[in-house]
Design a protein around this ligand. Structure first.
Ligand code: NAP
Length: 289
């Protein structure tokens, strides 16, 4: 592979994505605020950079996989940020779930530095990132996407081009709005089942196999039942996604009342210390009521 790739952010998702880039044979440089998380990747052949600026030197494709708007702004545009050192003509791919407002800001900055931005947030979680089975929701030009496609393919099962820059970020927030509301309503429903005197497994089987059933309901209800909060998707990140969704929908004249109610449950869980646990733990405060 001739392309030199840099990835910024090696959390739950970025570490799996980076591993697949190495497997596909790309020359890879990694940056993470907490450098220790890069150890396994470095053993497998990645080069570790100590700043985002150092990471992107010579890279024709740069991917960001960071927590939120604050982290993304810091890594792309902060001190020793990636933008100050990007190569002319580089394609920058922001895969973090961030606000469309930030994407517009980063796209302008990228252009001012002679680079081009794609927003390409993902659906799929830890296991899909590890297996190279993500779906990328892409906004940006045909030309940039064509150049990025071999790299995106190494991490995904599907690449959907939704329109101009910002389109991927918008679609991702709509997707996660529906996920967050469903997880919160499942928490209420399961807490209710557990107090109702019904057989829990029979009740859940009816829901999973009936009209309310979905891949999310199946996966999250199993974790709730088993009290297994091993992190696939941090609870605090879902609260973040719902906040961005509410702001974005409001700009389109839509008031996300169900999201506000769901946010209440995620905020209560954060206040009770579950922010760093999997989002399935949103049920715990409801069980304790
Ligand atoms: P994560 O495990 O929490 O990783 C977050 C990454 O952001 C880490 O590399 C972290 O560095 C870095 N970071 C956080 N704050 C920072 C700051 N102020 N400055 C510099 N770096 C900072 O999150 P994740 O699960 O990988 O998710 C990454 C993105 O993908 C998020 O936007 C999330 O919403 C989205 N997403 C997640 C999933 C999922 O299932 N997990 C699925 C789809 C999309 P440290 O290691 O130093 O903390």
């Amino acid at each position: 592979m001739s392309k030199s790739v840099a990835i910024l952010g090696l959390g739950t998702m970025g570490s799996g994505m980076a591993a697949n880039l190495l497997k596909a044979g790309f020359s890879l440089t990694v940056y993470n605020r907490t450098a220790a998380k890069a150890e396994a990747l470095v053993r497998d052949g990645a080069r570790l950079a100590s700043t985002p600026a150092e990471a992107v030197k010579g890279a024709s494709i740069v991917i960001g996989m960071l927590a939120d708007d604050t982290a993304s702004r810091e890594v792309w545009a902060g001190r020793d940020g990636a933008l100050e050192a990007v190569q002319q003509g580089a394609i920058l791919i922001e895969s973090s779930t961030v606000s469309p407002v930030l994407i517009a800001e980063l796209a302008q900055l990228a252009s001012a530095h002679g680079a081009e931005l794609l927003d390409a947030p993902v659906t799929g979680s830890r296991s899909q990132a590890t297996a190279g089975q993500l779906t990328f929701l892409v906004g940006g030009s045909d030309r940039a996407l064509e150049a990025a496609t071999p790299v995106l393919k190494a991490m995904s099962k599907e690449i959907v081009h939704l329109g101009p820059v910002g389109s991927g970020a918008k679609m991702k927030l709509i997707n996660n709005f529906l996920c967050g509301v469903q997880v919160a309503s499942l928490a209420e429903g399961l807490a209710w089942i557990e107090r109702s005197g019904l057989d829990r497994d029979k009740a859940l089987s009816i829901l999973k196999n009936g009209a309310p059933g979905s891949p999310l309901l199946g996966a999250i209800s199993a974790r709730m039942v088993n009290h297994d909060y091993t992190v696939n998707f941090l609870l605090k990140l879902m609260a973040k996604d719902l906040a961005y969704a509410q702001s974005e929908a409001s700009d389109c004249g839509v008031h996300l009342k169900t999201s506000e109610a769901a946010t209440g449950h995620f905020e209560t869980a954060i206040a009770k210390g579950f922010g760093e646990s999997d989002m399935a733990s949103v049920i715990e405060p409801l069980r304790g009521q």
